[in-house]
Design a protein around this ligand. Structure first.
Ligand code: ASP
Ligand code: MG
Length: 401
């Protein structure tokens, strides 16, 4: 029988009733003749609660222990879903990531899957079982429990689908991928399909529908990926290799990210060694810097602005404080809340003028821009959060999003 990997996110299983509904959906799929591997997240906001508890216990919980803690949420979901399935006569068996040999590498709380042993999954399927897998977790080379970063269950699902060479369906509380997050722009359109590359840029620019790594894996292993509503009533969005059926507009989507902060370094000597040294120190803490811009030197000094995840701001400040002592011209400003807007579209590769049109739109609406970065298929702008809504509406109107 053909295998499908399905993934249900936290909101799809936030209550016992919803777990029962998912079990019913799985049983219908079984009856249609599919073998199923089902990956689940933690129920509702469980992971947030767990993190919050740790922070009540300590302001600096060890990341290794956070992994042990956070991974418990998914273990609750897999067992309950398996119990619900067995209760309605569908043979099911639950597995944690480590039990399935989901090996990871990298840092605690943001590990990457390096290997999956498919034998256990296949032998359970051969025994006629639905295999329920805890998303978001694995085990590293030191035999420690690891997690894959917030939202990482998507990646568990795609990684298993890649290994089994089968399609992957991600069920969630939205019915697909939209041109703009409908909570921010209610008249946004749902996309029937979108290319891996565009989806990757959307997700990594803050669209939040899918874990970025899951799309990377889907693209590398050519896993057909669908995002759809957890009730299955409405056709979702298909994420696949670019083809003729896809829209050829310059801009496919607009992503908004409010999870980053900005730091501006002032009075930095225009010496690449010093600049490299600052960024190396930040990189050593595994802080992911996203956008950077540098001014032209004035009196041999430059200003550099960059964005980083909000949660990493305190650690970065610690480092910068050391430079204040070392370099007497040096100072820095932090901007805790910024808004990052990113327009994405494969069409940009062939159509020119997107950047200049965007400048016009922002200028006409009196929106000032702090940093801009571009790649082949996207342009990102850091703007003041007060201007966010105005900017979304103006861009969406102009590009018919
Ligand atoms: N439960 C984890 C989280 O909340 C993983 C996931 O939902 O995909 O981030
Ligand atoms: Mg998610």
């Amino acid at each position: 029988m053909p295998i499908i990997v399905q993934k249900y996110g936290g909101s799809s299983i936030e209550s016992i009733e919803k777990i029962r509904n998912v079990a019913k959906r799985i049983s219908e799929c079984r009856k249609k003749g599919f073998d199923l591997v089902v990956v689940v997240s933690a129920m509702g906001k469980t992971t947030d609660y767990l993190i919050d508890m740790a922070h009540q216990v300590s302001s600096k919980p060890k990341k290794r222990e956070m992994d042990v803690l956070m991974s418990t949420g998914e273990q609750v979901s897999i067992s309950l879903l398996s119990i619900a399935l067995n209760d309605i006569g569908i043979a099911a068996v639950s597995y944690t990531g480590p039990q399935l040999g989901i090996k990871t590498e990298g840092y605690h709380t943001k590990s990457r899957i390096s290997e999956i042993d498919k034998e256990v999954i296949l032998s359970e399927i051969n025994r006629g079982k639905v295999v329920i897998v805890a998303g978001f977790q694995g085990v590293n080379e030191k035999n420690e429990i690891t997690t894959l970063g917030r939202g990482g269950s998507d990646t568990t699902a795609v990684a298993i689908a890649a290994k089994l060479e089968c399609p992957c369906e991600i069920y969630t509380d939205v019915d697909g991928v939209y041109t703009v997050d409908p909570r921010l722009y209610p008249s946004a359109r749902k996309l029937e399909s979108i290319s891996y590359d565009e989806m990757l840029e959307l997700a990594s620019s803050g669209a939040g529908v899918l874990h970025t790594r899951s799309i990377e894996l889907a693209e590398i292993y050519n896993v057909p990926l669908t995002v759809a509503l957890n009730t299955g009533d409405i056709k979702g969005t298909i994420i696949k290799e670019l083809d003729e059926t896809m829209e050829k507009t310059a801009i496919t989507g607009l992503a908004v990210d409010n999870s980053e902060s900005m730091i501006t370094l002032n009075g930095v000597p225009h010496d690449i060694k010093i600049i490299a040294d600052i960024f190396a120190k930040i990189a050593e803490l595994d802080i992911n810097i996203d956008m950077i811009s540098q001014t032209t030197p004035i009196n041999k000094l430059v200003s550099i602005s960059f964005t980083l995840p909000k949660i990493d701001l305190p650690q970065a400040i610690n480092i910068l404080e050391q430079y204040k002592e070392k370099i007497f011209t040096f100072s820095y400003d932090t901007f805790d809340n910024i808004s990052k807007l990113t327009v994405i579209g494969i069409g940009m590769k062939s159509q020119s003028g997107v950047a200049s049109k965007m400048f016009n739109i922002l200028a006409e609406n009196d929106i000032s821009v702090h940093i801009i970065t571009t790649s082949e298929i996207k342009i990102s702008y850091v703007i003041n959060p007060e201007d966010q809504q105005k900017a979304i509406e103006a861009v969406a109107r102009e590009y018919n999003l």
